[in-house]
Design a protein around this ligand. Sequence first.
Ligand code: AMP
Ligand code: MG
Length: 318
Amino acid sequence: MTLITSNINKAIELLDNEDVVAIPTETVYGLAGNIYSDKALKKIYALKKRPSYNPLIVHIKSISDLNLVACEVPNKALKLADAFWPGPLTLILKKQPTISDIVTAGKPTVAVRIPNHPVALELLKKLDYPVAAPSANPFTSISPTTAQHVFDFFDSELKLILEGGSCSKGVESTIVGFKDDEVILYRHGSTSIEAIEKVIGKVKIFTNDDVTPDAPGMLKKHYSPKTRIIISDSIEESMKLHSSKKIGLLLFNTENVGLKVECLEILSKESNLEEAASNLYAALHRLDKCNLDLIIAEKFPNKGQGKTINDRLDRAAN
Ligand code: AMP
Ligand code: MG
């Protein structure tokens, strides 16, 4: 039986015993394990049914711990860490030899960030080691933004879920890496490109159709509900095309609400893209429970968090 609790000490006990627990972060809930325990790391992959080529993100408590994990940190990386940590920006850096190949999927690099969630930070400060924590969902499914989402995915396979409320950002961290003097965006996320470019100038956007890309967050099919989902520029047209089906709508704001459908999700009544991003996965989880034939999602404005939402919807629809 899985325990959903606010008791951090219980989580520490399990982690110290090389077990895996679910933790809240500001992005999504994660499945955490000691980065120095191969047993815990292997359990993370097994629980998620995650392929071994897909590396994990290391979560540290402070910038001063960065050198435990990474070496040869470029200047631009330090600038970004200063500007955005604790926060939803993951940096891909050269790894320390002490970092296990299980964490990095055999890569010479490691992904690292400081989460900005009071429960996650308190936990990290009480542990003697950083934790690896990928999203607490089975491979390719929708990420969890509440403890209940995690519970629904793993049930008794997981001993403990640390309660931390609804995730304030609600989509994964943005991932960037460094080549020569360039900053490369590997995954859109809850830190916008615009905000990053204000700190270090132009960012290059990585595109790769490979099955084992540099950043597996770039896999074409990812973040998917079980129900078929399509993205539409004209909701009314798409509804006509699929009029015989049981349809659910995923909308940005109240513009199209007059339409008759089985299930309706509006991500931000005020047309605020950050609010929309924070509601995206919870809305997809609910739509997935509506027994629909089809989810029609609106295309979002292509700026700020709208880019991240469109990215996730594209991958969900693939
Ligand atoms: P998540 O399961 O959402 O926490 O995703 C973790 C993601 O971090 C992976 O899917 C990769 O995209 C990315 N990642 C982790 N480590 C590396 C690395 N060394 N190089 C590139 N991407 C990485
Ligand atoms: Mg994930």
